[in-house]
Design a protein around this ligand. Structure first.
Ligand code: KIV
Length: 288
């Protein structure tokens, strides 16, 4: 599979090929996503909710994003990776936005950054794209503004709201964004935005009229996700139940002295003991 590039995003829209994106936050999630054949991975600042256990994305720092995005890059070296700029690492002026986005690009090896906002941040998006940093926009529900909008509400219910969303999306396209995430908005709004742009829209909770879709890794497989009961999430597997039951079975085995059994123990054989860590990828796979 050939990795996506910025220029291919537009072509996929033109050719009517839907774009699949999923979030990932660490080596195993990225590795599984790449093996499954996603077009792109988003290291979202949803990291704060689903991995770090915060109530919102606001506490997530630039260093958190860099730490996790580096692991994602190692897990998915051949997949297009977008990294979120966390709360207030932009909006403080083009110079500091550039510096922070530069760190994300240089220190993680990602191909692009994502920023929440519309016309209000177009000048910062323009500064990034002029410096050669590909930008994905993000309009509709913007979780970094949760305290201002007063909750996670569906956007674009009124005509004037749809017009504003279209204007925001166009401002981002004009500033050089290569794609825009549309989060939690009505089908009408998402379709109006999608039709008004030459760049693709990637929806989450925005209906089938977008050019692509993104889901949060932990949501789609029920991996202890705080969002798992949301209507816009489709559950593709119930990994949380599998993991919980496996750990409970292990606890029962330990309490009953049923684990480890003779097959998991060593009786002084001449072979050196298998190394659980540090033995390299080939060694670990051979031990599976
Ligand atoms: O942080 C994130 O995971 C996101 C997606 C919801 C698009 O921004």
């Amino acid at each position: 599979m050939q990795a996506l590039t910025v220029t291919k995003w537009r072509k996929m829209k033109r050719d009517g090929i839907p774009i699949s994106m999923v979030t990932a936050y660490d080596y195993p999630s990225a590795r599984l996503a790449q093996e499954a054949g996603v077009d792109a991975i988003l290291v979202g600042d949803s990291l704060g909710n689903v991995v770090l256990g915060y109530d919102t994305t606001l506490p997530v720092t630039l260093d958190d994003m860099i730490h996790h995005a580096r692991a994602v890059r190692r897990g998915a070296p051949d997949t297009f990776v977008v990294v979120d700029m966390p709360f207030l690492t932009y909006r403080l002026g083009p110079e500091s936005t550039l510096r922070n986005a530069g760190r994300l690009m240089q220190e993680t090896g990602a191909q692009a950054v994502k920023l929440e906002g519309g016309a209000d941040i177009a000048h910062e998006v323009a500064a990034l794209t002029a410096a050669g940093i590909p930008v994905m926009g993000h309009i509709g529900l913007q979780p970094q503004s949760v305290h201002q909008v007063g909750g996670y509400r569906v956007q674009g219910r009124r005509e004037e709201d749809i017009r504003r969303l279209v204007d925001d999306a166009k401002a981002l396209e004009q500033a050089g964004a290569f794609a825009v995430v549309l989060e939690l908005m009505t089908n009408d709004a998402a379709e109006a935005v999608t039709k008004s742009l030459g760049i693709p829209t990637i929806g989450i909770g925005a209906g089938a009229g977008c050019d692509g879709q993104v889901l949060v890794f932990h949501d789609m497989i029920r991996y202890a996700s705080p969002y798992r009961s949301k209507r816009f999430v489709k559950t593709y597997a119930d990994v949380g139940t599998v993991i919980r039951e496996a750990i409970a079975a292990y606890v029962r085995d330990v309490k009953a002295r049923a684990f480890p059994g003779p097959e998991h123990s060593f009786e002084g054989e001449p072979e050196p003991a298998a190394q659980p860590y540090g033995g390299g990828e080939a060694k670990r796979d051979a031990d599976d």
